[in-house]
Design a protein around this ligand. Structure first.
Ligand SMILES: *Cc1c(COP(=O)(O)O)cnc(C)c1O
Length: 411
């Protein structure tokens, strides 16, 4: 007898992208010890938590040190005070009715988008956009919903929906029937958005095909365009076909603090092998109550403060700071004649490489000639080849300096 591993894990390709970026950076540093490198590949926020959040956080920690206000295990689904505040601000205010039993508070949207697939059957056909936030792909590989990765960089059995400049980064409906579609808008890595009408096409498809959309709205707070939905439930009928993921990570700088939430509407149905409709909400509830014991109380109190009048204003200032950087990047590169996408309702700017360079060649050019580090688009999927991602998370000063340096290059 020997212990058998989950062999699906062997199908995973090592996360070559960030390892290789780090390797090239360190090699460059060795050869150029005095170079002042500016990192524009940062996928993490850099501004501190705002004062309103810190105050609530401190006060909740004090609650825990006092016998009269101490809080132990909370509900696995999250505290009611936060669920109610979320609903009031993120949904009721937009004309969407939700019950607290439809909101599941957690320690992150990464884990939620990763874990959600386990409540669905193994033989579901999965579609992802390409390029993609790789968590959606890798978790389905681990579960055994794919074959091996083919030479074209795509896993067998997975449906990839190409998003590139040719289709304006608007995904087409899958050409083969699919059961589950992952969508992330505003998009990581491309920074592009879908309008309400464009998202409605997917909602209508899902209704018609009895599919489910897994909608990742982690960058919702960066939306500046009027016709871009802040929630998929702004689209009529979406409650019947969509699960929505939101996070305080990018919205309020909670990447190290950890708090997010997932909405699973009561109307959402899946089907058993006999074809009977089954509510999805109780399945996720069962999954969470069994495998998760809730986000910590001080963190949920801190998240609640994001919605206080001061909290809202303070996080708005932080987001505006990042978005000013995004604007500078977008405008500088556009002035250089480059094709630039995203950066309007997103902290990510997706740049087409000049002269049909591949992603890594452009990465090397920026590193060597401008000492600026981006992220090669090819690392996010085959359709990311020929693009590079820059982010707005550096300081204003560094962002301006990086654009000045790039502006002096000749392509
Ligand atoms: C950053 C990010 C998240 C947020 O993950 P957390 O676990 O909440 O920090 C989710 N989805 C995408 C696409 C992201 O880029």
């Amino acid at each position: 007898m020997v212990v058998k591993i989950n062999e699906n894990y062997l199908k995973l390709k090592s996360s070559y992208l960030f390892v290789e970026v780090a390797r090239r950076e360190s090699e460059f540093r060795k050869a150029n010890p005095d170079a002042d490198i500016i990192k524009m590949g940062i996928g993490d926020v850099t501004k501190p938590l705002v004062p309103a959040v810190i105050e609530a956080f401190h006060s909740a920690v004090d609650d825990l040190g006092n016998g009269e206000t101490f809080v132990g295990y909370g509900p696995e689904q999250g505290h009611d005070f936060l669920a109610k505040t979320i609903i009031e601000n993120d949904y009721t205010a937009r004309g969407i009715d939700l019950d607290t039993s439809e909101v599941f508070i957690s320690d992150g949207a990464k884990s939620d988008t990763a874990n959600i697939q386990e409540i669905f059957g193994i033989d579901n056909k999965i579609a992802v956009t390409d390029p993609v936030y790789t968590v959606y792909v890798d978790t389905n590989v681990m579960a055994g919903r794919t074959g091996e990765m083919k030479d074209d960089g795509m896993y067998e059995g997975l449906t990839y929906i190409k998003c590139n400049s040719e289709n304006g980064f608007v995904p087409e409906l899958p050409s083969e029937p699919v059961d589950i579609i992952y969508l992330c808008y505003p998009n990581n890595p491309t920074g592009t958005t879908l309008t309400k009408d464009q998202l409605k096409v997917f909602v209508d498809y899902a209704k018609e095909n009895k599919s489910i959309i897994l909608f990742d709205a982690a960058y919702e707070a960066f939306i500046t365009e009027d016709n871009v939905p802040h929630s998929i439930y702004e689209i009529e009928g979406a409650k019947e076909v969509a699960i929505e993921f939101k996070s305080f990570s990018k919205t309020a700088g909670f990447t190290g603090t950890r708090c997010a939430y997932t909405v699973v509407p009561k109307e959402l149905m899946g089907y058993d092998s006999q074809g009977n409709a089954v509510e999805i909400n109780p399945l996720w509830n069962r999954r969470q109550t069994t495998k998760f014991n809730g986000a910590s109380y001080p963190v949920q109190k801190a998240a609640e403060a994001v919605y206080s009048p001061e909290g809202k204003k303070q996080i708005r200032d932080t987001i505006d700071y990042y978005m000013e950087n995004a604007k500078i990047i977008r405008e500088s590169l556009t002035d250089l004649g480059l094709d630039v996408y995203g950066g309007v309702s997103s902290p990510y700017i997706w740049v087409k490489t000049p002269n049909d360079m591949d992603s890594w060649a452009f990465f090397d050019l920026l590193l060597n000639e401008a000492n600026v580090i981006g992220t090669p688009g090819s690392g996010f999927g085959p359709s990311g080849e020929g693009y590079l991602r820059l982010t707005a998370f550096n300081t204003l000063e560094n962002t301006k300096e990086a654009m000045d340096r790039i502006s002096k290059l000749e392509f």
